[in-house]
Design a protein around this ligand. Structure first.
Ligand code: SF4
Length: 369
């Protein structure tokens, strides 16, 4: 998989001259190339509204009203990397924390037993102080105490660590490539490599992890063709879940003076992804909810079918400052959970808090256990 994505990314782009309807037809007929995608991403006004409405209809046809509510637990904000867009980068002056193993287990089990979560993403920066043994202990102990589907979002760690984690019961990984533009990747993620990241993704897929991956929208230096190529690269990875989020500048980073991503581009991106990946889970990431007052609602109406609730204990959550003012990070977790569930219902959707089988796109219908 990694090789095909890498080869694809080396091909040269072509300019755009399509009208909106032609572009839509191309995408709907699965003639996927950069040109129609660029045209759709740039849709404004009535065209953007039509694109999003169509994506919403496709979502309804493909996966029905079922909308997931899952949890993210950020257990450490230490990171060895120095990504230019990230507020918890190594050189950031943020207050650091690491949750002890027992506290991570206790909190995750509480979220499953008391709040009804079935899927939890355990997330951190690339923090090597959690070794394979510790992470495996955490996974095993959570799964011993409750039934849950565990995703790990811990960055580029050794293959052997991921192998051990899989044996310990981890079901999925959240591992975004962030941008498929090589030059941009190398500029924004110093001392890391796009090829290595894609190789990792390929390995994780071969290991039969459930894959959640994606990219950032509106990064400084990312033009529309680059964004279209991110979408096309995603098609070659074929993940179970697609995670994209608008760029929000953090005052703790060198990109602090750049503009955040506009809402229309963010929603158009979700809509195009839904038209291509009809059966995937496409969460409304917290960045949407943070950046746009109506972000949750608008994303759900543009093709999204999942909400991620931040359940990080509140004594830590403000320090997981990847960007400022993160939605819900100060609110009581029980209240935030109730509101997410009620919000989904208020949109005429059914709440799915299902297990792994919901995430395999080749299953006939999303089954809420
Ligand atoms: S984006 Fe991820 S890898 Fe990069 S600095 Fe932030 S937490 Fe670390």
């Amino acid at each position: 998989m990694a090789e095909s994505v890498i080869t694809y990314l080396k091909q040269k782009p072509s300019p755009t001259s399509m009208n909106f309807q032609q572009a839509l037809d191309e995408v709907l007929q699965r003639n996927l190339s950069q040109e129609p995608i660029v045209r759709l991403l740039g849709a404004e006004g009535k065209e953007s509204a039509a694109l999003r409405r169509l994506a919403d209809e496709e979502r309804e046809k493909a996966v029905g009203k079922s909308t997931c509510v899952h949890a993210v637990l950020e257990f450490s904000n230490f990171c060895r990397n120095d990504c230019l867009y990230c507020g918890i980068r190594r050189s950031s002056q943020v207050k650091r924390y690491r949750m002890p193993k027992e506290e991570i287990v206790q909190h995750a089990v509480w979220a499953v037993k008391e709040l009804g979560y079935r899927m939890i993403v355990l997330q951190s920066g690339e923090d090597l102080s959690y070794d394979a043994e510790t992470l495996c202990d955490i996974a095993r102990e959570i799964l011993r105490q409750c039934r849950a589907i565990l995703f790990f979002s811990i960055g580029q760690r050794d293959f052997s660590l991921y192998e051990s984690l899989k044996k310990a019961g981890a079901a999925g990984v959240l591992y975004r490539f962030e941008t498929s533009d090589r030059a941009l990747f190398e500029r924004l993620r110093p001392a890391t490599s796009l090829d290595a990241r894609l190789e990792h993704l390929s390995f994780l897929k071969r290991m039969r992890y459930l894959i959640a991956t994606g990219f950032m929208i509106g990064l400084p230096g990312q033009d529309m063709p680059a964004l279209a190529r991110d979408i096309l690269a995603l098609g070659k990875i074929a993940p179970e879940m697609i995670s994209v989020g608008p760029f929000i500048p953090s005052p703790l980073t060198p990109l602090s003076k750049h503009k955040p991503c506009g809402m229309t581009l963010s929603l158009n991106t979700i809509a195009v992804l839904r038209l291509i990946h009809t059966r995937s889970r496409i969460p409304v990431t917290t960045a949407f909810e943070t950046l746009y007052p109506q972000g949750r609602r608008e994303a759900l109406l543009s093709g999204s079918n999942s909400l991620m609730v931040n359940i990080t204990p509140r004594q830590y959550s403000a320090s997981y400052a990847i960007y400022p003012g993160r939605f819900g990070s100060e609110e009581e977790i029980e209240k935030l959970t109730r509101e997410a569930v009620e919000f989904v219902k208020s949109m005429g959707r059914s709440v799915c808090r299902g297990y792994a089988r919901d995430l395999r796109p080749n299953l006939s219908a999303p089954a809420c256990a």
